[in-house]
Design a protein around this ligand. Structure first.
Ligand code: TPP
Length: 405
């Protein structure tokens, strides 16, 4: 067995202080350690966890993602189409439920046989984590070497690998009040392009813009290709999770995640994660055209989804139905003043320009220049330079409180 706290300390020594994941009993003790001693974001699903950890990595942290092997299938989209193209290196721990030869539940049987193959198939380097201390530490060193080449590395963790760590009491901070403005007059339907132009025109020196999969990224690229932009080409539904990880890690930056209705519906649980952590420097903008416009305009099921109410119900302190471009602009300005996690909902028209291009820049180049932008401290601070929030009421966790829930 590995001494979990000692192993956690080895991880910390190598810079791993940010964790995200979904619990598994085989990983419980390492997760408990992370919750007790580090920063741990409880993701709604394993794909979100990958994206959250990736966001933190973009923010300059070495990040860890933890999941049961059954959740590896949930995570394949961001593993294959976020980590790989952007060359974002994560350290992964995936449990081995259903290990051949050991009695386990039938639902783990297949995954127990194919966990390693799945990682290999996704071109992710991996090893079974040894229970021998010296060997485990040298495995960790190999993992770090791999990550230094911008490649992820996963440990497959067998039953009984980690010794017991008790979970300290986790506090949660109930939200005092929401600002929920209801739709009050007929909709106006600007185009996606116009909405993106409005958002882009209001950016300042600390703004980062993350655009969801499909035409949102392509249009933003066309409006302005800049180091503070990221076009999420794959990992549909992960844009606000990427934003959450980045916003929590770089509280001095203003992170805008621009979502689509199809994408948000794919990972609606991310609203709850965002609402729980509610970083004040995250703005989540949903452009709802009721269709998968990027893949030919097939309907989504967003028509009767009350996204504003859902965001508010998930803990967003501000969730606002925006009716037109002017309101969109003034709500963005308000967010900069109010400094609270905000959800803006805007109905947009379907369609886009016929000759819409695609980003010519490679995803990993987008990442590299974004990381340079993120590290540039000359642009001022969204939160006044301290990573602090500006009033006593209705706050999300501060940096100091972050790991204590
Ligand atoms: C997991 C996954 N499934 C499907 C796709 C293909 N895909 C790319 S963009 C897109 C539509 C996105 O719809 P929405 O978020 O509503 O944005 P819109 O295209 O309408 O702007 C789809 C289905 C994908 N990238 N990833």
């Amino acid at each position: 067995m590995i001494h979990t706290a000692r192993f956690g300390a080895e991880l910390k020594k190598r810079g791993f202080t940010f964790y995200s994941g979904v619990p598994c009993s085989f990983l419980k003790d390492l997760i408990n350690y992370a919750i007790n001693e580090c920063e741990y974001v409880m993701a709604a699903n394993e794909g979100d966890a990958v994206a959250i950890a990736a966001g933190s990595c973009l923010g300059g942290r070495r990040s860890v993602v933890l999941m049961q092997n059954s959740g590896l299938t949930n995570a394949t989209s961001p593993l294959a189409s976020l980590l790989h193209p952007f060359r974002i290196p994560l350290l992964g721990f995936v449990s081995l439920r259903g290990e051949p030869g050991l009695a386990d539940e039938p639902q783990h049987e297949l995954m127990g046989r194919i966990t390693g193959q799945m990682l290999t198939l996704m071109e992710i380097k991996w090893e079974y984590l040894s229970t021998d201390w010296e060997e485990a530490v040298s495995q960790l060193n190999r993992a770090v070497q791999c990550m230094d080449r911008n490649e992820s590395f996963f440990f497959i963790v067998r039953k009984g690998t980690f010794d017991r760590v008790a979970l300290r009491e986790q506090e949660s901070q109930p939200l005092a009040n929401h600002l929920l403005q209801r739709k009050s007059r007929p909709d106006q339907f600007p185009t996606r392009y116009e909405a993106l132009q409005t958002v882009n025109a209001l950016k300042d020196s600390q703004t980062i813009q993350l655009a969801t999969t499909g035409k949102t990224g392509r249009e933003l690229y066309e409006i302005e290709d800049a180091p503070h932009n990221l076009y999420m080409i794959g990992s549909m539904g992960c844009v606000s999770s990427l934003g959450l990880g980045l916003a929590l890690t770089r509280r001095e930056k203003a992170v805008i995640a621009i979502d689509g209705d199809g994408a948000l519906l794919m990972r609606l649980g991310s609203l709850a994660t965002n609402g729980f952590y509610r970083p004040p420097n995250l703005l989540h903008v949903l452009l709802d055209n009721n269709v998968h416009d990027s893949t030919g305009g097939q309907q989504t099921v967003s028509h009767n989804v009350q996204f504003v109410e859902a965001a508010a119900a998930c803990g967003y302190p501000r969730a606002i139905y925006v009716h037109d471009l002017q309101e969109l602009a003034s709500c963005i300005e308000d967010w900069k003043k109010q400094k609270q996690l905000t959800f803006l909902y805007l109905k947009i028209a379907r369609g886009s320009r016929k000759e819409l291009g695609r980003p010519k820049i490679k995803p990993y180049e987008v990442k590299e220049r974004l990381q340079v932008f993120v590290d540039d401290q000359s642009g001022g601070h969204f939160s006044g330079g301290q990573g602090e929030q500006d009033d006593g009421a209705d706050q999300g966790p501060s940096e100091g409180e972050f790991g204590g829930r």
